[in-house]
Design a protein around this ligand. Structure first.
Ligand SMILES: NC(=O)c1ccc[n+]([C@@H]2O[C@H](COP(=O)([O-])OP(=O)(O)OC[C@H]3O[C@@H](n4cnc5c(N)ncnc54)[C@H](O)[C@@H]3O)[C@@H](O)[C@H]2O)c1
Ligand SMILES: [Zn+2]
Ligand SMILES: [Zn+2]
Length: 369
């Protein structure tokens, strides 16, 4: 069939909206009519090359839609089902999945290649095969994905909100609740209030944090952060250091979650200064893949027993957590509406990413319906 998608042909070039030829779903695959896709900073890493993905590519990995057709052997979903895509597939059977770490599903490695599980492409344009970001390609009116990427959801949940749990909200919320293990009375700092940081604030609040410090250079982000649960705000890590020192009588934050747009090794030492004795820095933001050096006081690590952990997809189990977070949304405990600042048609994708970079959006969402 023919569909329309935003194609990235070269690094640092504009998204090109064009007709894409889409093959039928093969074994284990699903054809989905997309309804909404969030604009996540990770898609921009594909543009800049911080994530050196193969091109040409249909990006987009925070999507929700309706199943139109299924290939042979598909059992998880059927035509008509509403689905959110897990940006890391969850096969349910590999060692990671079967020990409760679906976010580390072994099939994630194949998804990162941008090819389908059988090593081929379903999307084609201008006579060329196209890759899809993590096997998804949600910046499109239709896509074909593996059933492992599909999580069926309650059809009552609006898809332009449900899409957010396909990446950003599960990632941020899980960074606080699972990776940081925020508990009642914890003091928490969240660095960078985009889609990920906003969800981390909400996770920290729901988990019972006492003080929540939101750090972002953009004033609008700091204002929004207060509505989402932050008790204090600061414009920089340096400014936050003095504030946190004062508010916690020098104890600092037991949990610090880094979710700036592009991680920088040079900033890790100053982020670690916000961490309390026996506290934890969760690195959720993506650093350029080529970066291998960080600043860090190892003595501080030893003498204060601090730790640094990474977290992908909020260390969550998408088959369990995606429906759960959507139940929290419908039950009024997770405000997905507050995260969506602006909506765009597919043709407005360039504006959407410009608004992300200028700090106008907590999250921008493509309306593909
Ligand atoms: N680990 C994962 O599974 C995962 C999943 C999704 C996204 N990510 C990554 O998380 C990061 C955040 O993504 P997003 O979509 O929320 O990005 P975003 O661009 O929407 O938000 C980033 C925010 O960080 C702020 N910021 C930039 N530099 C800062 C600094 N030095 N101090 C404080 N704030 C600063 C910006 O003003 C902005 O508000 C990206 O690196 C993204 O690739 C990781
Ligand atoms: Zn993402
Ligand atoms: Zn698996």
């Amino acid at each position: 069939m023919r569909t329309k998608a935003a194609v990235l042909w070269e690094r640092n070039s504009p998204w090109s909206i064009e007709d894409v030829e889409l093959d039928d779903p093969r074994d284990g695959e699903v054809l989905v009519r997309m309804v909404a896709s969030g604009l996540c900073h990770s898609d921009d890493h594909a543009v800049t090359g911080d994530l050196p993905v193969a091109l040409p590519m249909v990006c987009g990995h925070e999507g929700a839609g309706v199943v139109e057709a299924v290939g042979p052997g598909v059992r998880r979903v059927k035509p008509g089902d509403h689905v959110v895509f897990a940006f890391i597939p969850a096969c349910g059977e590999c060692p990671s999945c079967s020990t409760g770490h679906q976010n580390l599903c072994d099939n994630g490695a194949s998804a990162l290649s941008g090819l389908k599980v059988d090593g081929t492409s379903r999307h084609h344009a201008q006579g060329q095969d196209l890759y899809t970001l993590v096997g998804l390609g949600t910046f499109s009116h239709h896509t074909v994905v593996h059933e492992w990427s599909c999580v069926p959801i309650d059809p009552q949940v609006p898809l332009d909100r449900a899409c957010l749990v396909g990446c950003g909200v599960t990632t941020g919320w899980g960074s606080a609740v699972y990776a940081a293990e925020v508990g009642p009375g914890d003091d928490v700092a969240v660095i960078g209030i985009g889609g990920i940081g906003a969800a981390a604030l909400m996770g920290a609040k729901l988990a019972g944090a006492e003080r929540i410090f939101a750090i972002d250079p953009v004033e609008l982000k700091r204002d929004e952060a207060k509505k989402l649960g932050a008790t204090h705000v600061a414009a920089s890590v340096e400014e936050a250091f003095g504030l946190i020192q004062q508010e916690t009588w020098g104890r600092m934050c037991s949990k610090v979650i880094a979710c700036v747009g592009v991680g920088s090794g040079a900033e890790v030492a100053s982020q670690m200064r916000l961490v309390a004795k026996r506290g934890r820095l969760v690195v959720t933001n993506i650093h350029p893949m080529a970066e291998t050096e960080v600043t860090l006081s190892m003595a501080d690590l030893t003498l204060m027993e601090k730790s640094i952990v990474g977290s992908i997809f909020g260390s969550a189990n998408p088959l369990f957590d995606i429906p759960r977070l959507l139940r929290l949304y419908t039950g009024g405990q997770l405000d997905l509406d507050a995260i969506v600042t602006n909506t765009y048609p597919l043709e407005g994708i360039g504006q959407g990413f410009a608004d992300m970079k200028s700090g106008t959006n907590i999250r921008g969402v493509l309306d593909l319906g």
